[in-house]
Design a protein around this ligand. Structure first.
Ligand code: HEC
Ligand code: HEC
Length: 325
């Protein structure tokens, strides 16, 4: 059924030259299945109120879950590891801008359901914040409420606040955060607010998808430990298939190095891809292909994604995630 739909979409695209709304791949958007017609995003739930002090390895301070999840001043476990945060990164701005550090972490590593924001060029960062602001960046999955929040934050920020955040995160390098494992079997995981969490020891066939999940569910979801990264389980052979498309284009796309740099670490203003979240990059490619992400800079990406199938894009992001940043 699914492959039939994708096949007909590709055919319609080629013959009529129009975009067909394919289903957003649930593994990349953090849901169990495709959105039903009329699906909407739930509003954010109440903030956590648990006051029990917690700690994480290597940190000196203690924080309760209420503090860790504080939308206007979340935990900063390792204050010595990053430059001084601008106020908007540390505290956001009442009532409509949450602290950037809450979701992206003070070190900008971010998580699969949001984005890694460190190591981006200031020009790109500012440009994309304005795309969120101007309605050029939306999610293909109407259930993705954190993208809606991101839009709300951008709309309520001043140019100076955007610039301060861009300079802060841009001053930190992107470093390894996601380990890629090619496998037939993967741990069973459940989506939780757009993030897949591994709950036990049970394994299941991975199938035709990527499972990107925290190495340690508690460290990520409960404690928001900015040292505890992710594993991406990718299908056998996907990295190699992705490599062929990324480096040669395979007659379907344009070699990425032309614009993203020979090592895919970014080139001038163009963002880096190496070692970044495969779920996030998949969402962006799909959103750009389907017209949910658009704008002056996205024009350069349109011919890149136009003829790629969902499987091509999955193979591409398996490869880019496996590259050393
Ligand atoms: C509620 C969680 C949340 C908070 C808080 C948050 N963001 Fe985001 N941010 C997101 C999500 C989700 C995305 C990715 C959207 C998608 O995949 O559709 C994102 C993406 C981004 C991107 C795009 C990265 C790229 O590579 O293009 C930038 C830049 C960004 N955020 C900046 C900020 C700044 C600056 C702040 C603080 C004012 C902030 N974010 C606060 C959730 C958040
Ligand atoms: C002609 C230049 C060009 C080529 C070739 C190109 N890109 Fe891009 N790419 C861009 C630009 C410019 C942006 C920023 C787009 C925007 O801001 O909307 C971008 C953005 C992206 C993003 C979103 C990054 C983020 O942080 O949100 C992804 C993913 C991406 N490109 C993947 C690829 C892949 C994979 C290839 C090769 C198959 C590729 N690109 C080839 C110019 C290019």
């Amino acid at each position: 059924m699914k492959s039939f739909r994708i096949a007909t979409c590709a055919l319609a695209f080629v013959s009529a030259g129009v975009l067909f709304a394919a289903d957003p791949p649930p593994w990349a958007y953090g849901f169990e299945g495709p959105p039903q017609p009329g699906a909407t995003a739930p509003p954010p739930g109440p903030a956590n109120t648990d006051q029990t002090p917690r700690t994480i390895p290597g940190a000196t301070a203690q924080y309760s879950r209420a503090q860790i999840a504080n939308r206007f001043g979340p935990a900063d476990w390792f204050p010595g590891e990053h430059p001084q945060m601008p106020d908007v990164v540390a505290h956001g701005k009442q009532p409509n801008v949450w602290a950037c550090g809450l979701c992206h972490y003070p070190n900008g590593k971010g998580r699969s359901e949001n984005a890694g924001v460190s190591g981006l060029s200031t020009e790109y960062f500012i440009h994309t914040m304005n795309d969120f602001k101007n309605g050029n960046r939306k999610s293909a999955d109407p259930r993705k409420n954190n993208t809606n929040l991101m839009i709300q934050f951008a709309k309520n920020m001043t140019d100076d606040e955007i610039k301060a955040a861009a300079e802060y995160f841009g001053a930190m390098k992107w470093t390894p955060w996601i380990k890629v494992v090619e496998t037939k079997m993967a741990p069973k995981a459940k989506p939780n607010n757009g993030l897949f969490l591994i709950e036990g020891k049970e394994m299941e066939p991975l199938g035709n998808r990527i499972l990107e999940a925290p190495v340690n569910a508690e460290a990520t979801e409960i404690l928001r430990d900015p040292h505890s990264g992710f594993t991406a389980y990718v299908p056998l052979g996907s990295v190699k298939k992705g490599e062929a498309l990324v480096t040669k284009g395979g007659g379907k796309t344009i070699a990425c190095a032309n614009c993203h740099g020979a090592d895919l670490k970014g080139l001038g203003p163009v963002p880096g891809l190496a070692g970044r979240s495969p779920s996030y990059l998949m969402r962006q490619m799909f959103d750009m292909q389907q017209g949910f992400r658009k704008g002056a800079w996205t024009e350069l990406m349109k011919p890149v994604v136009a003829n790629l199938t969902a499987d091509d894009m999955m193979n591409i992001v398996a490869y880019t995630a496996s590259r050393m940043p």
